[in-house]
Write a protein that binds this ligand. Structure first.
Ligand code: FES
Length: 195
C-alpha cells in the first residue's frame, strides 16, 4: 500500500543537470551528506490541474504537490487562528525554507503550488487529501479543506499546518525546492544547491 504513492519521476542525476540552471558553486559540489541522502527529483507538473495534487517520491518519502485554487488559498488564511503553529516557528525534521516563510508556505512565483512531505509528524503515516470543505466522516462540520491522517486523526490545513489539539505536534515539512520552468519543479534543490 505504501508503494501507491511511488509515481515515477525523473531523477535529476546530478550535478550536470542542476549546474546548467543554477550558477552557484555550491550547486556544483553537493555535500557528501546530500549525495548520501539522495538526489533531487525533477517533476513534470504540466498536467496538475487546479484543485488537485500529485505524489512523488523523494529520499524514500512521499512528497505532495498541490495546485491550490484561490478559494483553497483563502481557506489557508482563514485557518490561521485554528492551527497550532501558524508561521512554523517549530519545524519538524527540516527548517522551513526562507522563501516559504509566508502565509501560504510556498514560493512567491507560484504561491498556489504547495510542496510538502506527506509524512505525519505524529508517527509517520501518510495523510490523505480531504479537499472538499464541509461535514464528512471523521471531520468537523466546519471543515475548511485540508488533510486527514488516517492513523490517529490529526488534521492539517491546505498549507500543511496541523490544527490545534491533535496528536501530531508539528506542521508537515516543506523541503527545499525550486521551479525549473512553469511546468517542472525540482525537489531537493534550490538556488543554494542541493538540500
Ligand atoms: Fe498521523 Fe498518528 S500518525 S495522527
Amino acid at each position: 500500500m505504501r508503494r501507491r504513492w511511488l509515481i515515477a519521476t525523473s531523477v535529476t542525476s546530478g550535478v550536470a543537470g542542476i549546474a546548467t540552471a543554477v550558477p552557484f558553486a555550491e550547486s556544483l559540489w553537493p555535500s557528501a551528506a546530500a549525495r548520501a541522502a539522495g538526489a533531487p527529483v525533477n517533476v513534470d507538473i504540466s498536467g496538475l490541474s487546479a484543485g488537485t495534487m500529485m505524489t512523488v517520491a523523494w529520499r524514500g518519502k512521499p512528497v505532495f504537490i498541490v495546485n491550490r485554487t484561490d478559494p483553497m488559498l483563502a481557506s489557508v488564511r482563514a485557518a490561521d487562528p485554528f492551527v497550532a503553529d501558524p508561521r512554523t516557528a517549530h519545524p519538524f525534521s527540516m527548517p522551513l525554507p526562507e522563501y516559504c516563510n509566508n502565509e501560504y508556505r510556498s514560493r512567491a512565483e507560484h504561491r498556489n503550488l504547495l510542496v510538502m512531505l506527506g509524512v505525519c509528524t505524529h508517527l509517520g503515516c501518510t495523510p490523505r487529501p480531504r479537499f472538499q470543505p464541509g461535514a464528512q466522516p471523521g471531520l468537523p462540520d466546519d471543515w475548511p479543506g485540508g488533510f486527514l491522517c488516517p492513523c490517529h486523526g490529526s488534521t492539517y490545513d491546505l498549507a500543511g499546518r496541523v490544527f490545534k489539539d491533535k496528536p501530531a505536534p508539528q506542521n508537515l515539512d516543506v523541503p527545499r525546492y525550486r521551479f525549473d520552468s512553469s511546468f517542472s519543479v525540482i525537489i531537493g534543490a534550490d538556488e543554494r544547491g542541493e538540500a
